[in-house]
Ligand binder design. Structure first.
Ligand code: BG6
Ligand code: MG
Length: 212
């Protein structure tokens, strides 16, 4: 692809399958609260920050909880989520993801992460990617989560490239919108129940090798 020097990857649902763990953790919390929760609600949470996700999960019940109680609920969800994360090892990094990342690096692309997650550093360490990326922009560094472009603009500026010279890889609708709002090109990863409205959509990360 012309004039592309850098690739910015979303983390959850692109590099690893932690989107499944998010689903299980929100489901456990919603079940405890007696609030209906399914894959359809879950798909609205992709790319969205923890507190904004909680609001979507609570829906019409949001007004029943104080801000303090909401903080406690978000912490409860995060603790459940982290119990799933704790068993993750480099074996949980899919082979095709590892291979793709190394091939893209060999081709000379700058590689970064742009994720809304505050658990990004821990996940990357556990996958054995703690030192791999040229830049990491995550949920601990931003004030507005996707669909705002802040996290991708931060990643691009950490790499020293302009948005028109970088491409964003996303599984979430909110992430593709964030990329577009930042004037990046976007490639969507299509998974079950999810078809992001990106410039190009692929089924698997390894398809990037043929496109870029
Ligand atoms: C995004 C996920 O990457 O991170 C969202 O797609 C999640 O589902 C968000 O809510 C925040 O994650 P965390 O780890 O900070 O709770
Ligand atoms: Mg994602």
């Amino acid at each position: 692809m012309n004039n592309i020097y850098a690739i910015i990857f979303d983390l959850d649902g692109v590099i690893c399958s932690t989107d499944r763990y998010h689903y299980l953790a929100w489901k456990a919390l919603a079940d405890r609260l007696g609030i209906p929760f399914d894959e359809q609600v879950n798909s609205q949470l992709r790319g969205v920050s923890r507190m904004e996700s909680l609001e979507i999960v609570l829906g019409e019940h949001s007004a029943d909880y104080s801000e303090e109680q909401k903080e406690a609920l978000a912490t409860e969800k995060n603790e459940i989520y982290k119990s799933y994360l704790s068993s993750m090892t480099p074996r949980d990094l899919p082979k095709e993801v590892r291979m793709t990342l190394h091939m893209l690096r060999q081709r000379g692309y700058l590689l970064a992460i742009g994720s809304s997650s505050k658990n990004t550093q821990q996940i990357l360490r556990q996958l054995g990617l703690g030192d791999f990326f040229d830049a990491i922009a995550d949920g601990t560094m931003i004030t507005k989560s996707k669909p705002d472009p802040e996290v991708f603009l931060l990643a691009a500026s950490m790499l020293g490239v302009s948005p028109e010279n970088a491409i964003v890889i996303e599984d979430a609708e909110s992430g593709v919108r964030a990329a577009k709002a930042g004037r990046f090109r976007a490639i969507g990863i299509r998974t079950e129940g999810n078809d992001p409205d990106s410039d190009i959509t692929v089924k698997n990360l390894k398809n990037l090798i043929d496109i870029l």
